[in-house]
Design a protein around this ligand. Structure first.
Ligand code: FES
Length: 176
């Protein structure tokens, strides 16, 4: 990976749009400009950008690359490597079903099917009401609790097919 250095004092055009409003660029720029150095901070900056914008579309990745003076390919590589990062807008609640080996042998595929059925979407989709995004992910490191599902940051371990509807309804009620 090439080195990430102090943000350059060059003006980088902001790809402002409905999804990428100007005030959010102000927040991101302030975060980057307040860093003493951005060397080695690409992941931290991407986390912050995803917090602010909710997702990391290609034009935003390119903006960050230009701002840091690094190749776009380096940013694209990091974003596509970590499943935490998303290039599409997510719903209010992100349901991640672990499909790692330990979870798979304990029926993760059936749990995933139940979530699809209950929410009414496929994996990597967001419900029309914007309430849920459903994802199938690699091992999240909680194999002892297999099968494991996370909803946002909360871990639901040893989940059974029968519990799926309750989990979905709990988060749905929060939006009513
Ligand atoms: S395989 Fe699911 S948490 Fe490790």
């Amino acid at each position: 990976m090439s080195k990430v250095t102090k943000p350059q004092e060059i003006s980088v055009t902001r790809p402002i749009s409905e999804d990428l409003p100007e005030d959010k660029f102000h927040q991101l720029d302030a975060f980057i400009d307040n860093m003493g150095t951005t060397k080695g901070s690409l992941i931290e900056i991407l986390h912050k950008a995803q917090d602010i914008f909710g997702f990391l579309p290609r034009e935003l990745q390119l903006y960050i690359a230009r701002k840091l003076g690094i190749p776009g390919a380096e940013v694209f590589g990091v974003v596509s490597f970590y499943s935490y990062f998303t290039t599409k807008p997510r719903g209010k609640h992100t349901v991640s079903v672990c499909m790692g080996t330990a979870c798979f042998v304990r029926g993760a595929d059936k749990i995933l099917d139940k979530f699809k059925e209950n929410i009414g979407i496929n994996a990597d989709e967001t419900s029309e009401d914007g309430c849920f995004t459903l994802r199938d992910v690699r091992c999240i490191g909680a194999c002892g609790l297999a099968p494991v599902v996370t909803v946002n940051d909360k871990v639901h371990g040893r989940l059974t097919e029968d519990q799926v509807a309750d989990v979905v309804n709990t988060y749905r009620r929060k939006e009513e």
